[in-house]
Design a protein around this ligand. Structure first.
Ligand code: DX5
Ligand code: ZN
Length: 217
């Protein structure tokens, strides 16, 4: 079963609670929350106060994607705010193993993300201790960018890493997912598809989410 995570980065921030309720009613499985610090990536987005508001607006899992330096300093606050899972970047300034352990100890799903130029080898040492591997299929920072070539191969490599190590992480793909490539990304290895602009820039959220689930023959 393919999980669809709606990324609120492309939502109308002035009506965030309504937007989240609308995608939940339209069939989204998770709400994906992109946190940016103006340092790990140039833009600044949102913090725990907004996660807290989202927590009140929906019962769906809140999949918090931290594109920030020193994520270890923020884990407790995001858990307190209601995050269901927290994903940190392998490229971030942090002790990855310790941060992943802290996320798990706080009782939420621990994810590790890697950017398109980062070799999968960088995450191999952490395979046994993570709950989710996030394969970025765009360079992080902005919604609406085109899917980076080579991401399908990275997803296939991630799946091989999981089977050869006997690890149990879920594989998520984030960036440039649209109706035309969703089935290919899932076939390559993605269990969770993040989609921002494909959903929020559509006039019909249920149809947009259905289109991401359909497997063309
Ligand atoms: C990019 C974010 C993504 C982004 C995806 O830095 O991590 O979650 O919202 O947006 P789309 O689906 O429009 O590529
Ligand atoms: Zn994201």
């Amino acid at each position: 079963m393919r999980t669809i995570a709606a990324s609120i980065l492309s939502a109308d921030f002035g009506r965030l609670a309504d937007e989240v309720r609308a995608v939940a009613a339209a069939g989204a499985d998770w709400i994906h929350v992109d946190v940016m610090d103006g340092s790990f990536v140039p833009p600044i987005t949102i913090g725990p106060r907004v996660v807290e508001a989202l927590r009140r607006a929906t019962a769906l899992p809140l999949d918090v994607h931290l594109m920030i330096q020193h994520p270890e300093r923020q884990v407790a606050e995001f858990v307190r705010a209601g995050a269901s899972g927290i994903t940190v970047h392998v490229e971030a300034e942090t002790d990855v193993a310790a941060t992943v352990a802290a996320i798990r100890a706080a009782g939420v799903r621990a994810g590790l993300a890697l950017n398109p130029p980062t070799p999968l080898e960088w995450v191999r040492p952490f395979a046994p201790i993570i709950d989710l591997l996030l394969v970025m299929s765009v360079n992080p920072g902005w919604g609406g960018q085109p899917f980076v070539d080579g991401s399908l191969e990275k997803l296939a490599e991630a799946r091989r890493l999981r089977s050869t190590t006997g690890a149990a992480f879920v594989i998520e793909v984030d960036g440039g997912i649209k109706a035309h490539n969703a089935a290919r990304a899932a076939a390559a290895g993605a269990d969770v598809l993040v989609a921002g602009s494909a959903i929020f820039e559509s006039a019909d959220y249920p149809a947009a989410i259905r289109a991401l689930r359909v497997t063309p023959s």
